[in-house]
Design a protein around this ligand. Structure first.
Ligand code: NAD
Ligand code: UDP
Length: 314
């Protein structure tokens, strides 16, 4: 049994990760400041004597003895990370410094949840890990993109200068049950709109693309990455390479929900990337043949059922 710290453990991805790590027989400490996380996502784990929850902000140091740290604390939806951009940068940068300092002191292995956003609005398609990216350093998304880029630099430098055992994954758009209905991300927005027969809000002309990964595929890739040999630090792309336009996504959701919703077109947010698709060759080669297993339609059905249940109870 390992003792594992999950920062951001009460969030969408973190809550799935805590559950999976507990199911595998580990002791899990979930740390969260509840900015975008919720107790309701982890409440079903509270009876487990091997699960602990700590209300804490990663911008402040935290002391604990653990074997592994998954550093997920950071708002991920543009609406939330742009709410207080300076805090978002502090969360990524000071959070990385504090968690890397902890890992160094206690000799723990630490994995950073980085993002496809480090590629910005990419000029190379699909994006391999050796691509340096195309980020506007002063744009609306920079608090997130540059915060995550700085965190990657910190991880690499703590590894090179202090021998900390680090792992970096670059996560591409991920969806699934336990997303917040009002999170502002495209999958939750479209499903909530479709289920209520409200207009579906397409930003721009809807031809921009994203590659959507079901959350279980991400969790599998994340845990496999943590278990790779110490000399393999990444970064590694973890995402589903099948690419959709936002119009195609909307059509899929309308069809699956049998919705009467109509499409409406709203302005494209600034610096919104026009295309995004992971090259996952590195993940396949190093993570025991890992590749996404859940097709979009199946993942969407599970997510639609989750949101439909929420709507019933409100
Ligand atoms: P989320 O917003 O649901 O979860 C983030 C969690 O971090 C929340 O529980 C929030 O309360 C917590 N948090 C935020 N600031 C904190 C702070 N200062 N101290 C302590 N806790 C704090 O987002 P998510 O989708 O679960 O994303 C998890 C991680 O994965 C993030 O680091 C995100 O950048 C990364 N990621 C996610 C996606 C995706 O599509 N979901 C894509 C790329 C990267
Ligand atoms: N988007 C949209 N309608 C919405 C929400 C988002 O058309 O109601 C678009 C958004 O402009 C972007 C894509 O969907 O092009 C994905 O947005 P999301 O915020 O989910 O993720 P990110 O932009 O961070 O990849």
């Amino acid at each position: 049994m390992k003792r594992i710290l999950v920062t951001g453990g009460a969030g969408f991805v973190g809550s799935h990760l805590c559950e999976r790590l507990l199911n595998e027989g580990n002791e899990v400490v979930c740390l969260d400041n509840y900015f975008t996380g919720r107790k309701s996502k982890i409440i079903h784990l509270m009876d487990n004597p091997y699960f602990e929850v700590v209300r804490h902000d990663v911008t402040m140091p935290y002391f604990i003895e653990v074997d592994e740290i998954y550093n997920l604390a950071c708002p991920a939806s543009p609406v939330h990370y742009q709410h207080n951009p300076i805090k978002t940068i502090k969360t990524s940068v000071l959070g990385a410094i504090n968690m890397l300092g902890l890992a160094k002191r206690i000799n723990a292995k630490i994995l950073q949840a980085s993002t496809s956003e480090v590629y910005g609005d990419p000029e190379l398609h699909p994006q391999p890990e050796h691509y340096w990216g195309h980020v506007n350093p002063i744009g609306a998304r920079s608090c997130y993109d540059e915060g995550k880029r700085c965190a990657e630099s910190l991880f690499v430098n703590y590894h090179q200068s202090n021998d900390v055992k680090v792992k970096i994954i670059r996560i591409f758009n991920t969806y699934g049950p336990k997303m917040e209905p009002d999170d502002g991300r495209v999958v939750s927005n479209f499903i909530m709109q479709a289920l209520q027969n409200k207009d579906i809000t397409i930003f721009g002309d809807g031809t921009q693309t994203r590659s959507f990964q079901y959350v279980d595929d991400l969790i599998e890739g994340m845990i496999r990455m943590m278990n790779t040999p110490d000399d393999f630090i990444g970064p590694v792309n973890i995402g589903n390479p099948i690419e959709y336009t936002m119009l195609e996504l909307a059509q899929n959701i309308i069809q699956l929900t049998q919705s009467k919703s109509k499409l409406i077109y709203l302005p494209l947010p600034s610096d919104d990337p026009t295309q995004r698709q992971p090259d996952i060759s590195l993940a396949k080669a190093h993570l025991n043949g890992w590749e996404p297993k859940i097709p979009l339609q199946e993942g969407l059905k599970n997510t639609i059922n989750y949101f439909a249940a929420i709507l019933k109870t409100h």
